[in-house]
Each structure stands twice: as structure tokens, then as C-alpha cells.
Unconditional design. Structure first.
Lengths: 75, 614
């Protein structure tokens, strides 16, 4: 299963990359993915899949584009 | 009275006279400062229907009880006047040393009246005011003007100034300060220009009255360090506000091609990552904990300080994806002293109108070099085209006709900031109900809409969130006069603000005490509109009609085929009015006015429109 992860803002510098394709044989949830990229569960964030918000226990599917962003509040 | 100096400096440019006035503790507690002071003074002193660019308008600089005191992000000032672009109450805030110096000179408010006979700048030093000639810099940009002032008085003074945009009364001309600070989107710079007021320079040497100076200093300076540490740990300042660009592109909220599209494959070329890589300097405001002014070298080799709004409107929305070219457009706006949001929207509207046959011309999306020329024409009001562009999108649309008003991206005459809400109902409501036109500073609910509720919901929870944010952002931070960023972006606890307020004033207020002041200010801003515009109705709280047009829907991506629905938007607006205690026209009821201690103001507005009882 291939998943593209796009990180936003400061998360880029936490994880050390901006966008990367991950390949996994196991079913993965949003929570599992966060662990994979090294973003702590305590960091406020908003996760979207293909442009739409998802919850932390949602399972990801092959070809998903997952975007992990801090909870911006619009300057 | 502690916290407040209790003094207003009133300056008349026509007669070259000035006087110190005092205000009561009751006035201070009722309006707190900043936006509250400015609004109440303009309400009391401006005759309805006056020309915003005539000598009878008043330009106000207003500060709050913690302004200029060392504490997180207190180096800001509110500038206000009747707006030439909207015709309603207008204001903005900007980082400036005027905040500290005006308070140290002994004033919380500066009111500038009349019109100078020739270009003038004010030099205020404690109790003295000088009316000095500015002919030497009239016609020059804000950078040269700032340098000219620094050469005379040193870099430590407080300065507010305007560029050619303000002088020529471009309706979206701004007030500028420091290296890259700007404020007053609804034409506050044009009001200065109409008075032939090139700059205000302030030097104060007194002590700001504080009830508990030792505690205030200990808490304020301690918290400055704490917030700086939080920022460093979170990494927010690495991209500052520009981090949001890539996110808006991912979730289909980016303004592209005059807001007709919400995403673009080249958006990455101008995002926060690229900006951080190109950074040559970083600037911030006095007492700043999280400097957001990322500066790059523009195409012509000049320093240009960018934030998200600049890049969104001068870049993506014009389909210009060369960062240094966006930097050039931004530099020109800053030097001319015109608002990057309205300037960007005016250019994108012009390109769109040409493309849709509403007018003719040679400007196309993506043409950065022509965009530079057009900004110059607008700032100088050169020729018919310059004058058109200088008046903003609504007036341009009324000239062009052919239904172009639907895609003039503005509310109440003020252009929309860089969030494309064609399918974000709550944020569309935030723009629609922003009391000075489509400004993002009052409420910002996009992440709430995506994370804590459904994007397609028009439910009451979104109206509740908009009101909650207006109370904090457009209320608390605007009357306290402090930057909202520590709370907005780093989660710095709001409960710190009554602590600062109480240490400064000696009062014992809680956050709940502030919300009533916020609601009072929002109600009076609406009364201001109702008094100025007979027959006020709810359609003036609508976002641009392009967002409701199915023909304007995205054809691909996460919101393909979706646009806002007017019936549902009206339901959302009803929720908003109901929460606020306003009638179906969007005007506060008499009962609401009385509950907010605005009975006298209600009586005044009833000379112009009948209030519902509530």
C-alpha cells in the first residue's frame, strides 16, 4: 500500500522532510502514520486525506494523500 | 487612573492648533482602548454622511491600557477613521514604536482633524506638537520617508507614514511603520493623505502610569521570554503565517485566478518552505515574541517582507508563481503604502473582467511585469486606468457592468483576504459579518470547520464560533491593543490578558468582563453602518456572489462541484444575528442595545432607522 504524506509548516522541520511516499504492507491508521513520521500525539494538528479531514483512528487506503498540518488559526 | 494616561491629544491641521483633553474612568472602563476608543469618538464626533476624504473626517490613533508596556506583543496601535472605501467605520492595527512613545508622551489617543494647507508632518514630543513641512518627501515612498525621518530624529522614535498611495487617496492606502509594518486596510492611509499629513513622529519621555509597576514588569518580561521559548519549540516562526499557503492549496481554500480556482500545481513555488529558504532577514514589531516578517530579495534586488496574505493575493490569485516577482509586487505595495490584499484583488479582478469581456485591456493573469506597472498607475492615480484600479473592485465593477460585480471579490467594498470560501460556509460568514469589510482579522474558522464540524455544515455551531472569535480577535485584542498571534498560533492562554490588564489598571476583571465590551463594540460598529447607509439590510453581510455560482465550482479536487448555497447561508446568518441579538436586517435590537449600555446610541440611530424592540 502506497501513501503520500505531505507535511505543513513546522512539521517539516520536526520530521525532516516535506513530502514523501510511504509503502506499508500492514493496514495503517492516521495515528499509526503519525508515529511513523515522528510527530508526537501531543502536538495539535489537523490531518486531511485527499483534501478532507480524517480522525486519528481512520484507516488509510492505497493511494491516499495525507496532509498533516498544525492547527493554524489564520494569522 | 492607572493603566490609562487619561489623556487625548487633539490636533487641528487647518488651524495648526492642539490641545490636551481628558477622559473619564467611566469612558475608559466602557471602551477599554484601541478600537473601542476610536469607534466611540468617531460615532460621537462625525456627522453622518460626511466625505471620508474631506477635512471633516478625523484620523485617530488609539492605544490601550497595556499598549507599549513590556509584555507579549504589546507594540501595536489602532488607526481609525470613517473609511473611504466602505463608507463605514474603518480601522486597522499595526506594529509601531508610536505605541510606546505616544503613551510615554502622556496620551492614549491622538485625534487629527482638519486639513493642512500644504504637506505636513506632525512632531509630537511630550506636551509639544510641531506642524512641520513635508514637501521634501511628498511624492516619495514610505521607505524614503521613513529614512528621512530617522535621519532627523534617530531610529528610536515612533513613526507612522504614508506613501504615494495615501497622498493620492487610493481608497485602500495603508498607514506604514518600521521596516515592513502596515495597517488600516480600509483606506486609513488615504485619510491621512486627504489631510496632507505625510507622517506622525512621536517621542515620549514620561512614565506610563501602571498600578503595580514591579509586578507588571516581572510578569510582562517573564512572559515575553516564555512565549519566545514556546515559539522556538514549536517552530512556528520558521515559516510564520506563510505555512498556511501549502495547507490552503491542499484543502482547496487558496485564492487562484481571482478566486475562480482553489488549488494550483505550482503553489509550492511560493510556499512557506521556499520563502524560508530565500530568507535574508526577519523583522517584527516592538515587544514581539514571534517575528513574522520574513524578508527576501525581490527581482530588483530590494528587501521585501512577506506574509501569507501578500503571497496569496499578489502571487497565487494573480497566478504569479515566481517568489522574487511576488516579492517585487509586495515591495511596491509597501513603498507606495497600499494594501497588498486590495491591490492584489483589484488586479486579479481587472484580469478576470478582461477575460470575461466586461472590459478591454492588455493585462493577463501571470504577467508580473505588467502588474508592477499597474500598481504604479494605481498609486499615482495615473490616467483612467490608474484611477479605476485605485478605487478597488466594487467601484471598478460598477463601471464595467456586464454582471462583473458578482466576481468583484469584496464585502461592503473591502476586498477579501486570501481564503477562498466558495465551499467554506463558516469562513464566508466570518468575511460577510466582519464589521469593516472582508477582513480575516475578526474571525478565522477554517480549521474549526474542517476538524471539529463538517465542511458542508451551515449549523449554528459555526455561527457560535464566529461570534466567539470576533469577541476575542476583533474585541479583546483590538481594544487591549496587542497582537493576537501568541494566542492564535501558539496557544498562549487568554487568561494572561486580564492579568496584564489588572496589573496595569489596578482593577480586578476577568475574561467574562471583556466579552460584554466586545459585544458593545460590535453593536456600535453596526449602528455606525446603519446610521451612514439608510435602508441597511442583510445583503450587505453577504460574501461575494461568485461563491454561490454553480458555474464557478471546481471541476476537480476535494470540493469538485460544490459552492455555497444562498438559502443555507441565510440560515447561518440568522443564527449569527440571533446569537448577537440583532434583527433580521443585521441591526442590533433596542433590547440588545440597552443590555450593552447603548441606550443613548440606540436613540441616535433611531433618527435614521427604526430599531426592532427585540
Amino acid at each position: 500500500m502506497k501513501i503520500t504524506i505531505k507535511l505543513i509548516g513546522p512539521f517539516i522541520y520536526t520530521a525532516g522532510f516535506s513530502e514523501r511516499e510511504f509503502e506499508t504492507s500492514e493496514p495503517t491508521t492516521v495515528e499509526g502514520l503519525l508515529g511513523l513520521v515522528g510527530i508526537g500525539q501531543d502536538r495539535p494538528r489537523i490531518v486531511t486525506r485527499n483534501g478532507k479531514a480524517v480522525g486519528r483512528l481512520d484507516e488509510l487506503r492505497d493511494g491516499d494523500r495525507v496532509v498533516i498540518a498544525p492547527v493554524y488559526s489564520g494569522g | 487612573m492607572n493603566g490609562w494616561t487619561g489623556n487625548i491629544l487633539r490636533v487641528d491641521l487647518t488651524t495648526k492648533t492642539y490641545r490636551k483633553e481628558t477622559f473619564s474612568e467611566e469612558f475608559a472602563k466602557k471602551w477599554i482602548g484601541g478600537r473601542g476608543f476610536a469607534l466611540k469618538i468617531l460615532w460621537d464626533e462625525l456627522k453622518p454622511g460626511i466625505d471620508p476624504l474631506g477635512p471633516e473626517n478625523k484620523f485617530i490613533v488609539a492605544l490601550g491600557p497595556i499598549a507599549g508596556i513590556p509584555a507579549p506583543n504589546t507594540g501595536k496601535a489602532v488607526v481609525a477613521a470613517k473609511s473611504p472605501i466602505t463608507g463605514g467605520y474603518g480601522d486597522g492595527n499595526l506594529g509601531t514604536r508610536v505605541s510606546e512613545h505616544l503613551r510615554k508622551a502622556g496620551y492614549d489617543v491622538l485625534i487629527v482633524e482638519g486639513r493642512a494647507a500644504s504637506p505636513t508632518y506632525l512632531y509630537i514630543e511630550d506636551d509639544k506638537v510641531g506642524f512641520l513641512p513635508a514637501d521634501e518627501v511628498w511624492g516619495k515612498g514610505t521607505y524614503d520617508t521613513n529614512d528621512w525621518i530617522y535621519a532627523k530624529y534617530g531610529k528610536g522614535v515612533g513613526v507612522l507614514n504614508i506613501g504615494q498611495g495615501g497622498e493620492n487617496m487610493v481608497l485602500y492606502a495603508m498607514v506604514r511603520s518600521l521596516e515592513g509594518r502596515a495597517g488600516g486596510r480600509p483606506g486609513m492611509g488615504a485619510v491621512m493623505g486627504s489631510k496632507k499629513l505625510k507622517a506622525i513622529v512621536v517621542k515620549g519621555t514620561k512614565t506610563i502610569p501602571v498600578a503595580d509597576p514591579e509586578q507588571m514588569k516581572a510578569i510582562g518580561t517573564g512572559d515575553l521570554k516564555k512565549v519566545r521559548a514556546i515559539d522556538k519549540e514549536s517552530g512556528w516562526s520558521i515559516q510564520s503565517t506563510t505555512g498556511v499557503l501549502a495547507w490552503c492549496n491542499e484543502v482547496a481554500a487558496l485564492p487562484v485566478r481571482n478566486f475562480r480556482k482553489t488549488q494550483h500545481p505550482d503553489a509550492w513555488k511560493i510556499d512557506g518552505e521556499r520563502l524560508n529558504d530565500a530568507r535574508i532577514a526577519t523583522y517584527g514589531c516592538p515587544n514581539c515574541t514571534m517575528h513574522c516578517g520574513i524578508t527576501i530579495r525581490d527581482r530588483e534586488g530590494r528587501e521585501s517582507e512577506l506574509d501569507y496574505e501578500n503571497i496569496g493575493l499578489l502571487g497565487a490569485n494573480l497566478e504569479i508563481f515566481d517568489l522574487d516577482q511576488v516579492g517585487s509586487l509586495n515591495y511596491l505595495c509597501d513603498d507606495y503604502g497600499i494594501d497588498t490584499i486590495s491591490a492584489g484583488c483589484s488586479l486579479s479582478f481587472y484580469a478576470d473582467a478582461i477575460e470575461h469581456g466586461a472590459t478591454t485591456g492588455d493585462f493577463r493573469f501571470g504577467d508580473a511585469e505588467r502588474a508592477k506597472e499597474l500598481l504604479g498607475l494605481a498609486a499615482r492615480r495615473e490616467g483612467e486606468l490608474g484611477n479605476l484600479l485605485a478605487d478597488g473592485t466594487l467601484r471598478m465593477a460598477r463601471r464595467f457592468g456586464h454582471g462583473s460585480e458578482a466576481y468583484a471579490m469584496q464585502v461592503k467594498g473591502l476586498e477579501v483576504a486570501a481564503y477562498n470560501c466558495k465551499f467554506i460556509p463558516g469562513m464566508a460568514l466570518a468575511f460577510g459579518t466582519s464589521p469593516i469589510g472582508a477582513h480575516h482579522k475578526e474571525a478565522w474558522v477554517i480549521t474549526f470547520e474542517l476538524k471539529q464540524t463538517a465542511r458542508d455544515s451551515y449549523g449554528r455551531e459555526k455561527a457560535e464560533k464566529v461570534v466567539e472569535l470576533q469577541r476575542i480577535r476583533g474585541g479583546l485584542f483590538e481594544f487591549m491593543v496587542a497582537c493576537r498571534f501568541p494566542w492564535v498560533e501558539l496557544g498562549w492562554d487568554l487568561k494572561n490578558y486580564p492579568i496584564y490588564f489588572n496589573k496595569a489598571t489596578g482593577l480586578d476583571w476577568t475574561l467574562d468582563d471583556f466579552w460584554k465590551v466586545s459585544d458593545r463594540i460590535y453593536a456600535l460598529m453596526k449602528f455606525f453602518w446603519a446610521r451612514e447607509i439608510p435602508g441597511w439590510d442583510r445583503t450587505r453581510d453577504y460574501p461575494p456572489m461568485a461563491w454561490f455560482d454553480p458555474a464557478n465550482a471546481d471541476t476537480e479536487g476535494p470540493i469538485a462541484g460544490k459552492v455555497l448555497e444562498l438559502d443555507k447561508y441565510n440560515e447561518l446568518l440568522d443564527h449569527f444575528y440571533d446569537i448577537r441579538g440583532w434583527d433580521k436586517r443585521g441591526i442590533p435590537t433596542r433590547k440588545t442595545a440597552e443590555s450593552l449600555d447603548l441606550a443613548d446610541e440606540a436613540g441616535e440611530v433611531e433618527k435614521y432607522t427604526r430599531l426592532k424592540l427585540g
